[in-house]
Design a binder for this molecule. Structure first.
Ligand code: GLY
Length: 430
């Protein structure tokens, strides 16, 4: 069968890599793909905006594509899966209504509040209520800071701000309501309590009726070692999480994940695709931080290399509503992913810096390179974005996986290359 992957990041390269190992794949395609994906799939450069859905459909029909896997959130929130299924094309991912779980922070917060799913207490304001928001902020007690302010809609990972005091909260609100920093996405906002704890990512496969959790992962959001500096899209990850015991895991599932999935069903929403729970744990109690409607990046890069099964039937079962009997096998391996970022990231990114050494890592057993922000120039592979490459190692222990991944990174060079040296350090002895 022919399969199409939609997206261009490290997440999609990892999906393409795993899908390409499936016995059922004849030909793999990607829109738009990237340089790494192009080594295993035929890539076509079509932009993923809503206006181009018809071009994507045309490509699917022309190339007799049987199944499409949608990677990023924006086309999902724009309804690509509905559009394809209306045109008799099977696709993996939630429909537009279900994708609100990521596309609208207000929708998700209200769902949690209505169904007693543990999450930070929150209030909502519209741009037209800006005066009320100002009054509310001015009435907050200084000692209760920080608070979190979020744009309702998608904001390319930049729509969540932790405000340390009233001025920062008012400035952030003005950014949404007055400066229109995120356009329509920022016309409604959520202001919520800040919960301090540690975060875990639980990616769950859903077919509308059944939900199967994948193994847990943790990502590192800050740019510098020791969780210092600015937030990023993710600087590294590892899986599984040895410090989550059965009791906490059951709480995550039974207090948050299953109640959400059931709440969606009660609301008449058939959730198919990935339900990615961003969970924060405080004093051994889990709280929902946010949901995403797609695989985590760079979490999936450490989860899929641990999956013993052919991923294609599983993803197809999600899309066609036949997940019931599927069991996933994880084995005992440990995986560690390090993100190599370009000069200036996350404030800016650098393009055109020549990357060397990739050929020295290619083919090393149990080390995988997934491309994200790479490009080509004059026969060279060059940087072309903030997060450039993901280097992943798989081994029997975290210690070994860390040794392998950092040894591989020593061979890769580009001007201004940044990466964290403490990924999975805390679980090294487990
Ligand atoms: N790792 C964070 C995200 O995928 O949103």
């Amino acid at each position: 069968m022919n399969i199409l992957i939609i997206g261009s990041g490290g997440r999609e390269h990892c999906l393409a890599w795993k899908i390409s190992q499936s016995a059922s794949v004849d030909k793999l395609f990607a829109i738009p793909g990237n340089i790494g994906i192009a080594q295993i799939a035929e890539c076509k450069n079509i932009s993923l905006s809503k206006e181009n859905f018809k071009d994507i459909l045309q490509f699917i029909k022309k190339n007799k594509i049987d199944f499409t896997v949608v990677g990023p959130e924006a086309p999902l929130v724009d309804g690509i899966v509905d559009y394809l299924s209306e045109n008799r094309c099977l696709a993996f991912g939630p429909g537009k209504v279900a994708a609100q779980i990521e596309g609208s922070k207000v929708f998700t917060k209200k769902l949690c509040m209505n169904y007693d799913i543990p999450t930070a207490k929150a209030v909502f304001f519209n741009k037209s209520d800006a005066d009320k928001a100002v009054k509310y902020i001015n009435g907050l007690k200084d000692y209760k800071f920080p608070y979190v302010i979020k744009a309702d809609g998608l904001a390319a990972g930049k729509g969540v701000i932790i405000a340390q005091n009233k001025k920062e909260l008012l400035d952030a609100m003005n950014g949404f309501f007055v400066e229109n920093r995120f356009g329509k996405s920022g016309e409604e906002i959520v202001i919520e309590d800040f919960i301090s704890g540690f975060e875990v990512s639980l990616l769950c496969l859903c077919d509308g009726k059944t939900l199967i959790p994948m193994d847990l992962a943790q990502d590192y959001k800050k740019i510098f070692d020791g969780d210092n500096g600015k937030n990023t899209g993710g600087m590294g990850s590892y899986s599984p999480l040895p410090f989550i015991d059965d009791i906490l895991y059951e709480k995550i599932l039974n207090k948050i994940i299953f109640p959400t999935f059931n709440a969606l069903k009660t609301e008449g929403i058939d959730y198919k695709g990935v339900l990615y729970g961003g969970i924060i744990v405080k004093e051994n109690e889990p709280y929902l931080l946010e949901y995403n409607c797609r695989f985590g990046d760079p979490e999936i890069q450490v989860v899929l290399p641990r999956l013993g099964d052919d991923v294609v039937p599983v993803l197809m079962d999600c899309a066609s509503g036949t997940l019931n009997s599927t069991k996933l096998s994880w084995g005992n391996s440990k995986t560690v992913c390090i993100v190599l970022a370009s000069k200036g990231y996350p404030e800016s990114s650098s393009k055109g810096d020549v990357i060397s050494g990739l050929e020295d890592v290619a083919g090393v057993k149990d080390v995988f390179i997934f491309h994200a922000g790479t490009g080509s120039a004059d026969d060279n592979i060059v940087t072309n974005g903030g997060r450039v490459l993901n280097v992943v190692a798989r081994a029997e222990t975290f210690k070994e996986a860390r040794k392998m991944v950092y040894k591989s990174i020593e061979k890769i060079k580009f001007d201004g290359m940044q990466f964290r040296k403490d990924i999975a350090l805390k679980v090294e002895e487990s």
